[in-house]
Design a protein around this ligand. Structure first.
Ligand code: SF4
Length: 275
């Protein structure tokens, strides 16, 4: 296997972030954080085009091959870093590159690397497979909204909430207790977009019956978007509101909110430098 080239872009208090250049010159990102977890990319660009994310700003170029997915892990190991966990949560929508992503999750398991993924949820048939059959130690489902209009704005090519929660409502009760514990919802708080009490309450009404953990993420602003992080006060108010709505809520880790930590930022900055 030819390993991709790693360009170290940032070494922060909590993470090492790399621009990964693939054999054809395409670029993605890999981030080693908390001293034990490696976040890898599954596609060059992304078709979901969430407006707060730099990865989807130019749409999708292509999916990564299994060797390119594994190559990110091997290239980081070759730098002397030792991941214990691998999460497919970087550039790209994992369910849009299902065959290679499923295969790399299995490879990670065989290597003793606990694998996980983050998805916007579509296509729903693949979400069903991922929830019930894929070899992972954690699946986080990006929702970011309580109403359909907000979901359509923030996750434009993801499945609508009604269909998504109908699928989850049918499936989650059939999962084993272990699988249920490994499944979580994510709500990224974006100032003026999804931080209103009505929006949060609508999300809590949908999510509470599932009994899944909810990760409330603070936004990392990216250079391709006007989207702004909510203030700390608004973030804490949202946390309290979701908690009062009956949800088990977790806050963002420090690793997630470092400067230039937004998905796709490093590739966008490198492209701007090279232009
Ligand atoms: S947040 Fe994820 S799904 Fe949305 S555009 Fe970025 S990489 Fe794609």
């Amino acid at each position: 296997m030819i390993l991709p080239t790693l360009g170290e872009e940032r070494r922060g208090a909590f993470n090492h972030a790399f621009v990964v250049t693939l054999a054809d010159g395409a670029r993605v990102e890999a981030v080693f954080y908390r001293g034990d977890t490696l976040c890898v990319s599954s596609q060059v660009g992304c078709a979901v085009r969430c407006p707060f994310c730099a990865s989807g700003a130019n749409g999708l170029a292509r999916g990564l091959t299994l060797d390119e997915l594994r190559g990110q892990v091997e290239a980081v190991r070759a730098r002397g870093l030792v991941p214990a966990r691998v999460t497919v949560s970087g550039v790209g929508e994992p369910l849009h590159n299902a065959e290679a992503v499923r295969a790399v999750l299995g490879w990670c398991r065989a290597e003793g690397l606990a694998p996980s993924l983050t998805t916007s949820g579509g296509p729903l048939a693949r979400l069903r497979d991922a929830l019930t059959e894929w070899p992972h130690n954690g699946l986080t489902l990006s929702t970011h909204a309580g109403t359909e209009s907000t979901r359509a704005r923030l996750v434009p090519k993801g499945p609508p909430l009604d269909a998504l929660f109908a699928t989850l409502g049918a499936l989650v009760p059939t999962l084993s207790r272990t699988r249920r514990k490994k499944t979580a919802l994510a709500y990224l708080l974006v100032e003026g977009e999804n931080d209103a009490p009505d929006e949060l309450d609508a999300f809590a009404r949908r999510a509470a019956p599932l009994g899944l953990t909810v990760h409330l993420y603070a936004l990392n602003p990216v250079p391709t978007s006007e989207a702004r992080a909510a203030s700390r006060e608004a973030y804490e108010a949202a946390f309290a509101r979701l908690h009062d709505g009956g949800l088990t809520v977790r806050m963002s880790s420090k690793a997630r909110v470092e400067a230039q930590g937004g998905c796709g930022t490093l590739v966008a900055l490198r492209a701007a430098r090279d232009a």
